[in-house]
Ligand binder design. Structure first.
Ligand SMILES: [Zn+2]
Length: 485
């Protein structure tokens, strides 16, 4: 096809399908493009610094303030988001779309929390980072989260809104925000919801590893919500633990422990589905009764005599005739810590995301000769204080119990043949009193074969050549062959 015919066909094709919107000169090579432009996909595009009116005219596909530019990496100076690879220019500097606030280990074996901001404009992104860090500190100040911090990764996704606040928030009007945060969700003034699809779409691009998402809303009106995947929290003064409470719902499946009109009662025969609320008032029927001392009256009087005691206190999950485990808990009032029953649920849930073993060394079967030893090491997240316990067994018989997760096996202690070295890892934390699903345990088995190597050297038959290599295998030093002086 001649060049002229090709160009004609390209123009016709462009007219038929309506692309490109910008009339770019057709080309076969860079030589066809004026002013040092480049020929890309049969269209002339301009180099950085060339004048432009649309992105398509630029080789970089970025036309900023009438000039083609190449978006800059984070840390570069900027005046608008188009100049930045991440699309985000904050306070005159390109910033990364995401930043890790806590990296504890591989996403596949950690709880991956993702924080996003809504109602944070371009210039508010440094504030978002600061707010997210404050939130994280509040989160990990809870004793249970503090103990299991090594089980969590936290990633912040920078989201830029056109306006600050939230609909019906402190500013008292509709706000144009990226994630559409709004109070008065389902007619409840303090219930703060977001556009879930917008949140999940951003997560799919920037944090596909997420387990739960917390949206921090840049508004000081009190509010939050805790859905199955997404929790929200505002920046209400004096209520820094709203996110801890809301993630108590989203992450651990906990019930509210206060009384409030407008909700459904639990089924009086099946009980409440959450671990921290019950319709029953007999100790024998209460699902957390392993935490209730025999001396504690049940139902338990709601008096200061029973502060810090686990019992069955009237008033939970919105009804005064349903029961909660403790007088106070962050699922009842924001200033408190999680009660022991909620802590237990938190640790158990954490172990639904995290196996106590990240990896083992060596990774599989081992061959040993009787004079050799082999070190076996188990690596994984450790609680703080470290309550992880390792039991190593050979052929079913325990041979070592320790907290180090390592064991040295001497071949001489085993007879020749096939053996199995097992390790069973168990978190003995006092946060958990019942682990029906054996979530706090994991194990690994190494097949170990012990054998005495066959002799690799046969004495030479008379007349056979004996190589230097064969002599070396016998430990014969070449120097010995030298005649003495
Ligand atoms: Zn509780």
């Amino acid at each position: 096809m001649s060049k002229k015919l090709f160009v004609g066909a390209a123009v016709l094709l462009a007219a038929l399908i309506g692309r490109p919107r910008v009339a770019l000169a057709a080309c076969m090579s860079d030589d066809d493009c004026p002013n040092g432009g480049s020929c890309v996909l049969a269209r002339c595009v301009a180099q950085d610094g060339s004048p432009c009116t649309t992105n398509q005219q630029c080789r970089s596909n970025t036309c900023s303030a009438g000039v083609c530019i190449t978006p800059a990496p984070s840390g570069s100076p900027c005046s608008n988001g188009e100049e930045c690879q991440s699309d985000i220019c904050s306070a005159g500097v390109c910033i990364a779309r995401t930043e890790m606030l806590l990296s504890s280990g591989p996403s596949a074996n950690r709880v991956d929390l993702v924080i996003m901001g809504d109602g944070y404009r371009s210039g508010d992104q440094a504030k978002l980072t600061a707010d997210a860090k404050t939130l994280m500190n509040t989160f990990f100040a809870q004793p249970m989260y503090a103990a299991y911090k090594n089980y969590y990764n936290v990633k912040l996704v920078h989201v830029v809104s056109n306006q600050d606040g939230a609909d019906n928030g402190s500013l008292g009007q509709l706000r144009d925000t990226a994630l559409g945060a709004f109070y008065d969700c389902f007619g409840i003034d303090r219930l703060l919801c977001v556009d879930d699809n917008a949140v999940l779409s951003l997560a799919a691009h920037h944090a596909p590893e997420f387990d739960k998402i917390l949206v921090v809303v840049n508004d000081t009106k009190y509010g939050g919500s805790g859905g199955a995947q997404i929790a929200t929290a505002s920046l209400a003064p004096g209520a820094p633990s709203i996110p801890v409470h809301e993630l108590g719902h989203s992450l651990f499946g906990l019930a509210d422990e206060y009384v409030e009109a407008g909700h459904a009662h639990c089924d009086s025969t099946l009980d409440c589905p959450e671990p921290n609320a019950s319709v029953f008032s007999q100790a024998s029927q209460i699902k957390w009764n392993r935490w209730i001392d025999a001396s504690t009256p049940v139902p338990t009087p709601d008096s200061s005599d029973f502060d810090g005691v686990v019992g069955a206190f009237p008033g939970a999950r919105y009804f005064s005739d349903q029961f909660r485990p403790a007088r106070n808990c962050i699922m009842r009032s924001l200033g408190a810590n999680f009660c022991p029953v909620c802590q237990e649920a938190g640790v158990l849930t954490t172990y639904t995301f995290v196996d106590p073993i990240d990896q083992v060394t060596p990774p599989g079967a081992v061959n040993l000769i009787p004079t050799q030893s082999q070190d076996f090491v188990v690596q994984g997240p450790r609680p703080n204080p470290d309550t992880m316990n390792f039991v190593f067994s050979i052929d079913g018989t325990p041979v070592a119990v320790n907290q180090t997760g390592s064991f040295s096996l001497a071949g001489s202690t085993l007879g020749n043949g096939s053996h199995t070295l097992d390790v069973r890892v168990t978190d003995l934390t006092s946060f958990v009193r019942r682990d029906d699903g054996q979530l706090l345990e994991s194990s690994f088995s190494w097949p170990v074969t012990v054998s005495t190597p066959a002799c690799s050297f046969s004495p030479a038959r008379p007349g056979s050549p004996v190589t230097l290599g064969a002599l070396a295998a016998l430990g014969v030093a070449f120097g010995l062959r030298r005649r003495r002086g």
